[in-house]
Ligand binder design. Structure first.
Ligand code: GLN
Length: 209
């Protein structure tokens, strides 16, 4: 099963590592790859846009013709999708910012950098529907100001922080910066057409001060 992580900027290696770890630990047939050319998307079973800087990822995916191809694969072929932080911004219906046009994969309206600057980044325990308690890393996170038709799977202080619509999920935080594999597992289960994940508590990889 080929999983494509859009590979221009941001937490690309971290996402690839999570999938590699799952593949090793759970003996799952997985080929996580970094996508930098349109051809890399051939035969992918799932697509991830990582956290990073959405304006940069937007520019590069446009320039390398990956933007429209991801949009086509997800909207027309229903290829499962996960967007984390900047990836969620790129997949949204409305970014409230002319510098990044959302692909409209998730029917959410976003406010970029809504918590403030880098220094206002934080780590917080949240409760995710179906997954339970989860330690989430928020880095210059956006706010989902309107989840539209998406199902909200977790909130922080009343704001949706994880949403799902069909085979697509979007998160305002960074599961790739923890050692907790559950969200990547959850995504792979969507790819495989299933549901549940193992439970447990895990340390996070980064310190946010
Ligand atoms: N603030 C970033 C943006 O707008 C997203 C932050 C992140 O992905 N950590 O692109």
């Amino acid at each position: 099963m080929k999983i494509g992580v859009i590979g221009f900027q941001g937490d690309v290696e971290e996402h690839l590592d999570m999938f590699t770890k799952i593949s090793r630990e759970q003996n799952r047939e997985l080929s996580p790859i970094s996508v930098r050319r349109k051809e890399d998307l051939k035969d992918v079973s799932g697509i991830v846009i990582p956290g990073g800087e959405s304006t940069t990822i937007y520019k590069l995916t446009k320039e390398y013709e990956i933007y429209d191809e991801v949009k086509r694969l997800v909207l027309e072929n229903d290829v499962p999708f996960m967007g984390t932080c900047a990836g969620l911004i790129l997949s949204s219906a409305d970014t409230s910012d002319d510098r990044v046009i959302g692909m409209g994969l998730l029917d959410v309206k976003i406010n970029r950098n809504a918590y403030g600057r880098q220094a206002q980044s934080f780590i917080k325990d949240i409760d995710i529907d179906g997954l339970g308690k989860y330690t989430a890393v928020f880095i210059r996170a956006p706010i989902i100001k309107d989840p539209g038709s998406c199902r909200v799977m977790a909130y922080d202080r009343g704001n949706p922080v994880m949403v799902r619509s069909g085979r697509r999920i979007g998160l305002t935080f960074h599961p790739e910066l923890t050692h907790d594999l559950r969200i990547h597992e959850y995504f792979l289960n969507i790819v495989e057409g299933g549901g549940s994940v193992s439970s447990g508590s895990y340390e996070i990889k980064v310190g946010v001060s």
